[in-house]
Design a protein around this ligand. Structure first.
Ligand SMILES: Nc1ncnc2c1ncn2[C@@H]1O[C@H](COP(=O)(O)OP(=O)(O)OP(=O)(O)O)[C@@H](O)[C@H]1O
Ligand SMILES: [Mg+2]
Length: 367
């Protein structure tokens, strides 16, 4: 399915360092996964989820298999990118192809590493990049809205439906704001129309504050400023040190715990980035569990049981009959599928069931 987070930011802020750390972890687990790295700048990354181990322990599974999301390392954007500066058009096209944006901001001081604007100011950097995205959107929508207005005046139903959303997006962009801020106040239909326009600033954003090693545990004044900006926008931010993450990714697994502790950390920052990316994409996880393996699977929030079955195999979706469903808390609390059944907590759910995060499912299907 490939849910994709694009790593975006100014040049030389640590995007590739982050990407390499993310995908090194993946490379380590590459042996038991057939379609790992597809293109040099695209990597599939396992989504850390402590529930896998809990379920596997109870189900006595020989293996656990995490679900995955895709990260794309996109080249740096510079001021003027929307006018083609620094191969801007090509990079903007790369951003158009992702579902969410992971925006890396330089929050570390280091005179040896050039900053394209010659000063460390992540909030200003965020505005520089966002401005390029808005200018690109503005041009795109100005170009398309002319035809839509004409068609709508000519009583074209589709155009009439699309036009109000396009006008609203245009007004926002002209006011210097990203169209993403419109989403909260929209109903599902309008939201769909807006998404269909595939504007860069309609994509959800996670800010990643890339700090120096010594600030990895607590952040610094720069990352605090980013957190405040994110909060004003209703977005999220995480603090990591890409430099440390790159080192951790190289370590043998047995040494990771001690190293993290020596840095004052409880888990790799990457795990937080991956989980935040997963949330950003509005994805949830369900599980299958058996003696062979406990496995996590990804669906969009709101997906129904047959769609969820289709993630495993299209035949499961086509021949879907029902899904035996045990909520995660019941599975753990009662001690597995058999006990859940005895307690009446294994529900038989049909085609209209909306899958909940953490559900442990077993599909019945015709083939
Ligand atoms: N947290 C950090 N502390 C110190 N140095 C860092 C940190 N993160 C990255 N760097 C260094 O910054 C430099 C630029 O990193 P990187 O190549 O990942 O940037 P980039 O955003 O991918 O750049 P480009 O847009 O040019 O591809 C590298 O020398 C890297 O080692
Ligand atoms: Mg790079």
């Amino acid at each position: 399915m490939g849910f994709r987070c694009g790593i975006v930011g100014l040049p030389n802020v640590g995007k590739s360092t982050l990407f390499n750390a993310l995908t090194k972890t993946a490379a380590a687990a590459a042996a038991n996964y057939p379609f790992c790295t597809i293109e040099p700048n695209t990597g599939d990354v396992p989504v850390p989820d402590a529930r896998l181990k809990d379920i596997a322990g109870i189900a006595k599974s020989a293996n656990t298999i995490a679900t995955r999301i895709t990260f794309v390392d996109i080249a740096g954007l510079v001021r003027g990118a929307s006018k083609g500066e620094g191969l801007g058009n090509q990079f903007l096209a790369n951003i158009r192809e992702v579902d969410a944006i992971v925006h890396v901001l330089r929050c570390f001081e280091d005179d040896d590493i050039t900053h394209v604007e010659g000063r460390i100011d992540p909030v200003a950097d965020a505005e520089t990049v966002e401005t390029e995205l808005m200018l690109s959107d503005l041009e795109s929508i100005e170009r398309r809205i002319v035809a839509t207005r004409k068609k709508a005046a000519g009583k074209d139903k589709e155009a009439q439906q699309a036009l109000p959303v396009m006008e609203a997006a245009l007004a926002k962009l002209q006011a210097g704001e990203p169209v993403r801020v419109l989403l909260a106040g929209m109903d599902a239909d309008d939201r769909r129309e807006l998404k269909a326009l595939n504007l860069l600033t309609s994509k959800p954003v996670l800010y990643v504050c890339n700090v120096a090693e010594e600030d990895a545990a607590n952040g610094n004044a720069h990352s605090a400023a980013v957190a405040a900006m994110a909060e004003r926008q209703g977005a999220k931010s995480v603090v990591i040190s890409a430099a440390i993450e790159a080192e951790i990714a190289q370590l043998p697994e047995a040494e990771v715990g001690d190293y993290l502790e020596s840095m004052g950390l409880t888990e790799p920052g990457l795990d937080r980035v991956i989980r935040a990316g997963y949330e950003l994409l509005d994805l949830i996880t369900y599980f299958t569990a058996g003696p062979k393996e406990t496995r996590a699977w990804t669906v969009r929030r709101g997906a129904k049981a047959p769609q969820a079955a289709g993630v495993i195999h299209t035949d499961f979706e086509k021949g879907f009959i029902r899904a035996q469903t045990v909520a995660f808390d019941d599975f753990i609390g009662l001690g597995g599928e058999v006990a859940a059944k005895e307690a009446g907590k294994a529900r038989d759910e049909g085609k209209e069931y909306v899958v909940q995060d953490g559900d442990v499912l077993m599909f019945k299907f015709n083939n």
